[in-house]
Design a protein around this ligand. Sequence first.
Ligand code: NIG
Ligand code: FE
Length: 377
Amino acid sequence: MTTTLIDNIGLLVTHDEERPEIAGAAVLIDNGVVAWSGEAHLAPAADERVDASGGCVIPGFVDSHSHLIFAGDRSDEFEARMAGRRYEAGGIRRTVRLTREASDEQLLANATRLVAEARAQGTTTIEIKSGYGLSVADEQRSVRLASTLTNEVTFLGAHVVPEGVDRDSYVDLVTGEMLAACAPYARWIDVFCETGAFTVDESRRILESGIAAGLGARVHAGQLGESAGVQLAVEVGAASVDHCTFLSPADIAALVGSDTVATLLPGVEFSTRQPWPDARRLIDAGVTVALASDCNPGSSFTTSMPLMVALAVRDMGMTPAEALWSATAGGAAALRRDDVGHLRIGARAHLAILDAPSYVHLAYRPGVPLVKSVIDR
Ligand code: NIG
Ligand code: FE
């Protein structure tokens, strides 16, 4: 068992209530866990030393929303949107066709490459959804492949109703045979509760069936307009409701004091030219806010959590400290995890060393690869 001292840290972000940030710091890692942190000159001896060269050390990003099991490219849709076309949920069916045609090896290679891309940008925990299979065999294959890459696997058979299938029989399938085939590989169930996808009644049935099968609930809602899905998420005790671009005052009131995190996905607004979600309004009301990438080939093809932080600061009214919290501790709350997303004593040693003196640079120097190295033992 070796201990590692990360030394010469310009600024350490712990998210500890007493000491959320420490200047001139060091961190001791023992057996994959944060065992000590404080001023560098007080650091205990260790078996090995990592020099942070005066850079800022942050908890690894917790990306609580991605759709990485897919094949194909939809850059033509992005190009058309930039020329004025609206985003349509129907594009999902195009990816479904290509995903079904792909081999396991192709799907896994694509997702593995994207997980590595995310890690190089500081992501040390990532949630991965199915949702581009939409048949029992293809959804089971998606959650099975995802489970080889992360423990945070989400069954999203209820992404859209597939082509040529009657909607009532599809909801029966998702809540029956498909759920039974996928639940052993998943921790979560999700539903796209939006016009063009699933109604609030269908969504309730889908989420309740998943909960009865032992899964935790998550919901996609408020992406394209106000949606009853936000209050449904609170009603069923979902860990997170994601998008929240359009929220009514009643939605915010329901989120306040609930255990449901509002997860904002600014990559979607960037890539679909939608209005930015109002993070300020949520935080001021007392809602827990997370930031995630929603990496998928249709509405947000990026794995970059530093970009989410930059957009949240630039366009969503968040301070750099709030955006960093939401991209780390907020993501952990959205996954109901307390071992990651912070660097308090006892946390998993999941962290990123920045080539910058402060996390403010994540927004101040957008598009610059500031993550120098990642530790995730
Ligand atoms: O989270 N909103 C639904 N699902 C994805 C989009 C998927 C797609 O367009 O392929 C999302 O944005
Ligand atoms: Fe999504």
